[in-house]
Ligand binder design. Structure first.
Ligand code: ADP
Length: 232
């Protein structure tokens, strides 16, 4: 059974995230994204596909406010986030569970403490049992005391997913979350995402695995040469 930690109560907008006419480029790679219009209604589930280098990671970085668009607007949870002052960024990010390709784990903390960190920072409730259950569910029950440098790529990936999911964010964005795990674990993680979505979480999963995307039952978007199109 998929663990079901409790969700914090927050005011909900009918649209979790919206990109309007968003363009972005790096100095070395101008026009990575051009005229992107994307609406993620609350409770929607999208896969973002496209070839390597198409700009999938970049689009997720814009959604988590790690990068700012050069043109267009970004709205998160009903609020304009396009030019949100740095001081307001953490408040947006607390509502987003992000899984990045480099995992962003803290090497000096155990797997348990990494997974528990957002819950510890949020304070208020006893989370130990939830964290243990989720870590067991992603196959890390025997690795809770291990630190990230001692974990394999697949273990780190599952830990990063557990951490993102445990805080029960309104929006989950994940960059190739099944890239380092075997097929059986990819299926299991897909079921976790589907369960979270049924419970109301909005998800955007970037993956070059078009078969997984098709089988997910989610809407499928495709980025190619800076443009976004709806596949299904
Ligand atoms: P994807 O996730 O679809 O593989 P990315 O968003 O990682 O694509 O990359 C899109 C394009 O932007 C690529 O041409 C890549 O080389 C370039 N790029 C990505 N990150 C940076 C960066 N930090 N600085 C410069 N160019 C970048």
């Amino acid at each position: 059974m998929t663990p079901e930690p409790r969700r914090a109560e927050t005011a909900a907008s009918p649209v979790t995230a919206r990109l309007q006419g968003v363009g972005f480029g790096y100095a070395e790679a101008p026009d990575v994204l051009r005229g992107i219009d994307l609406t993620l209604p609350r409770g929607s589930f999208h896969f973002l596909t496209g070839p390597s280098g198409a700009g999938k990671s970049t689009l997720l970085k814009l959604l988590t406010l790690a990068e700012r668009p050069t043109t267009g607007r970004i709205t998160l949870f009903g609020q304009d986030a396009t030019e949100a002052p740095r001081a307001l960024v953490p408040a947006f990010r607390r509502r987003i569970g992000a899984v990045f390709q480099d995992f962003r784990l803290l090497d000096h903390l155990s797997a348990f403490d990494n997974a528990a960190l957002p819950l510890r920072l949020a304070g208020g409730r006893d989370y130990a049992a939830d964290v243990q259950e989720m870590l067991r569910w992603v196959g890390l029950g025997g690795r809770m005391d291990a630190r990230p440098p001692a974990l394999s790529g697949g273990e780190k990936q599952r830990l990063a997913i557990a951490r993102a999911v445990l805080a029960r964010p309104e929006l989950i964005v994940a960059d190739e979350p099944t890239g380092s795990v075997d097929k059986a674990m990819a299926e299991k993680l897909l079921r976790l995402f589907q369960t979270l979505n049924r419970q109301g979480t909005t998800l955007l999963i970037a993956s070059h695995d078009e078969t997984l995307a098709r089988r997910s039952g989610a809407a499928v978007l495709r980025l190619d040469q800076g443009r976004l199109e709806t596949v299904r």
